[in-house]
Design a protein around this ligand. Structure first.
Ligand SMILES: O=C(O)CCC(=O)C(=O)O
Ligand SMILES: [Fe+2]
Length: 312
């Protein structure tokens, strides 16, 4: 009998201070990032720049956030899809989430904090902003690596200038007897990138190309960097968007946080990514209009909403 090896996600250490564009280390890391995003649609980034103390404080304030009354949490509403409070669904009983728009800015962090705690909560505000700023640095590094390795570094600055961030916080309560252990059903994010960070409780799983579910291991220095549908379309299907789910096995409350990136303008496949072997697969599209389309019955019926929306 052969021994079964558990599939693992690619792990890439992006902590080194000397990891700078143009260096050999940068080129090597960029190749690993490209391979991981093309094969898995994701990888585990080791990123020690987020100190243990900040990891602890972000999960402590996220716990306080979900302890607020439901009526308070429902005060967070937004015109933008994915930016409001979600929870109390009979079909997804364990799940709750809240989003902080523009969390890397003082205004964004303060604006959200004021809605949740009208008398203020500096600890929440500062932790959410510091955490988001560091994870945004990771996002920018990875995005730059991808643009470099695909030979489209000329487009990086304008891409980043129109990127906006959303910090989503998640709580999955323990299941009661006879209740489902599904925290979140299989899905692909509609983001450009999503960077997920878990508390110590397992749950996040990623589907490999051959259909196996691979568990993402929680650790204070681990960040799961995933490509969303917008990234896949921008890359003309070189990058896969990552299929993932949350399954609760430990019977403990689970918290996680994710920094989601969106483009506030039009995304289009760079001409460098099309040729005879790679004909253009997507028309230019407005990212936020795609998010709205994704909520329509037409999108719900579709196997691949981004292709239904702007596929050639
Ligand atoms: O809780 C997690 O780790 C995953 C959340 C997620 O996949 C999402 O909100 O899209
Ligand atoms: Fe997701």
């Amino acid at each position: 009998m052969g021994s079964e090896t558990q599939p693992k996600l690619p792990v890439i250490d992006l902590s080194n201070e000397n990891l700078k564009p143009g260096t050999e280390a940068w080129v090597l890391a960029s190749k690993h990032v490209k391979y991981a995003l093309e094969e898995y649609g994701c990888f585990e980034a080791v990123f020690h720049k987020v100190p243990l103390q900040l990891h602890n404080s972000i999960f402590s304030v996220v716990e306080d956030l979900f302890d607020l009354p439901i009526e308070t949490k429902r005060q967070q509403t937004s015109e933008r899809p994915y930016h409001s409070y979600f929870g109390q669904y009979s079909f997804l009983p364990l799940y709750e989430s809240l989003g902080v728009d523009n969390p890397t800015t003082v205004e964004g962090a303060k604006g959200f904090t004021k809605i949740m705690w009208p008398a203020g909560n500096d600890h929440f505000c500062e932790s959410a902003q510091s955490f988001s700023k560091l994870v945004a640095e990771l996002d920018q590094m990875v995005t730059r690596m991808v643009f470099d390795i695909y030979g489209v570094e000329r487009l990086y600055d304008s891409h980043m200038a129109s990127t906006t961030y959303l910090l989503r916080c998640f709580k999955y309560r323990e299941q009661k007897e006879n209740e489902t252990n599904v925290g979140l059903r299989p899905h692909k994010d509609k983001t450009f990138t999503s960077i997920l960070h878990q508390s110590q409780v397992h749950g996040l799983q990623v589907r490999s190309k051959d259909g196996q579910w691979i568990e993402a291991e929680p650790s204070p220095s681990s960040f799961l960097v995933m490509a969303g549908d917008a990234f896949m379309a921008w890359s003309n299907d070189r990058v896969r968007s990552c299929d993932h789910q949350v399954i609760m096995k430990e019977n403990k409350t689970r918290y996680s946080v994710g920094l989601f990136s969106f483009n506030s303008g039009i995304l289009q496949v760079p001409e460098e990514l099309t040729d005879d072997q790679h004909p253009l697969l997507y028309k230019p599209f407005d990212h936020f209009s795609f998010l709205r389309f994704d909520q329509t019955p037409e999108a719900k019926k579709s196997e691949c909403p981004i292709k239904a929306y702007c596929g050639v």
